[in-house]
Design a protein around this ligand. Sequence first.
Ligand SMILES: [Ca+2]
Ligand SMILES: [Ca+2]
Length: 652
Amino acid sequence: MRSTIVSVGSLALLWSLVGCSGEPTPTPQDGALNDVTADRSSVTGDAGDGGSSGDAATNDASAPDVVDAGPVRPCADNLDCDDQEGCTIDTCTPRGVCSYVVDTSCNSVRTGGSGRPFADEGQQGVAYDPPSMGLIVRAESRRADYLWVPNTNESTLSKWDATTGREIARYRVGLPSGECRGMCCHVDNCNMPSRVVVDGFGDAYIANRGFAMQGTVTKIAADRRDCVDRNGNGMIDTSSSPMDVRPFDQDECVLWTSNVGPVNAVLRSIAIDRGDEMTPQGYAWVGACGSAGPGLWKLNPRTGAVITMVPDHDRCAYGAVVTPDGTLWEHSPHQSVTAVNTVTARIREHVPLPPREALGGRRCGTDPMSPTTSYSYGITTDARGRIWLSGWICADSLGYDPMTRTWTRVDLSAAAGYAGPAVRQYNGLGITVDSSNRVWIPVVRADGNTVMASWNADAFVSNGVVPAAAVTVRDPGRPFTSPTAIGADRAGQIWVATSGDPSPLLRFNPMTGASDSLTGPNRVYTYTDFTGAVRRLVIGSGTYSEDYETCEGGTYGELYWSSETPAGTTLSFAIQLANSRGALPTAPFIALGQAPRDRSPINIADKLRAAGVTNLGRFARITVTFNPVSVPMVATPILRSLSFTWRCGGVG
Ligand SMILES: [Ca+2]
Ligand SMILES: [Ca+2]
């Protein structure tokens, strides 16, 4: 088995060479045909483990082989002989033993198990786990770890590598007419990009507010393979450094910019929901808070087009998060949080913020808009679906638990060096939760230094106050002003952006207490989940995708898999089809099935017929979505292998 994996490079090469040309092939089965029968309903056996058809099994049409199936396998009928291998015809002979004949029109690619390894580039929020012998959900692991940092002062969005601490690309966002350089952060007739979020595939969405102009949302692909060769020159033309900023419409990793809402809608809130079987990366919801009136829209992730508008959302949509149950929570600062059902696009409830004096609140700012109002700014959510709000000009934070319908207040006055009601102290605008479910917020002290306050989200006290003793305060030792967004990366480091001039990016290591200050950003006016860490924690899903090149005029065969799905967990399978590899990322998803509900294999051709798909295309991408559970206990599905078959030459 190991030798098969070691030789994967040559197998991959073989695969690229053979295509559908009918080269002599490895024998599809070498006789390790045990373990076919699963003894648990949630386990799909991978009979192919130990088989030698690790990669393409393309067969010599001139001489159908009877496969040497090794030890004789007794049987009563054909089903007893099922080897979970699409390119062998499994028959129970009259002698009562299985026979396996190679289907000469058939091609297959197996990944995992005895096949080639799961490719790094197809993994989003999943990782290979040797003890599990397969892919599992793991939010922290991935070779790439990006931060998406808007430069509001120049209408661009930067992509940072969190591991190296370097800015690796910069993109123009919004409309060309709204590109205002050297203007920040609320200037009329300017894009003024602000809130940024990351979807389940790692792609970034930024809301360009658009004061007194058309507001837009721009989507940027995280991985080169999802960029689109629009000029057809056979390569992806895209930014390669912060100095290399391509003109509008010429960077092929900028997937689209969509006009949303009326002029002066001012698009502020944006969040990505759980998605569905056809959209495992999630749908973006963008909300308005401007003089054109309220608005809240759901976008098509492929095109940016508005799918639907929430009809009765009647207030400012300033920030938003999606909780583990899939509910979208919209935040109107100092006023309320609103629960929106993302399936029906209807409002479930408005929940008013508690008054200032409740839950240990106090007079705190020097410029209160109302002595009875609780201030609130940034919004985040924890793994249990509680909402957390940054207190802005009060050094506190409000938490709301939708399960118990109760609030809590976190007292950050000690962290802020509280010295009486006349002393101004305030939080950074942002608030976040890390992968161990700690809430983090930058707190600006009366002396001007910014400290990092954090607490365990489970310190929530229903109808009460989280005491200062529950809050850990760390001083990064680097005075900086105007903290805005805060976010954790996959390694657990905490990043804080700033909106001043200059606007350093602070990196803080909670394990060592070390920090550094990186230059490059140009006034970062944002306070959302710009690393994607909160969504990874809360939505918890991951995906694995793989691309296949089949043949002209071929037919799709079966999708086999081997998996384990602990109670409550599922794996969903979807396919995209296109006439070119470059068109795959934007092709629509067609749902194929779900484990454990469906058993391996799925007949792909049947599913395509049922979906009315006629233009097949010879390029296919299979996406497997991993849906873990966190309640009552954490469990992840395991994908051990995937096998995809098709038939060429109009046969089959
Ligand atoms: Ca078979
Ligand atoms: Ca190109």
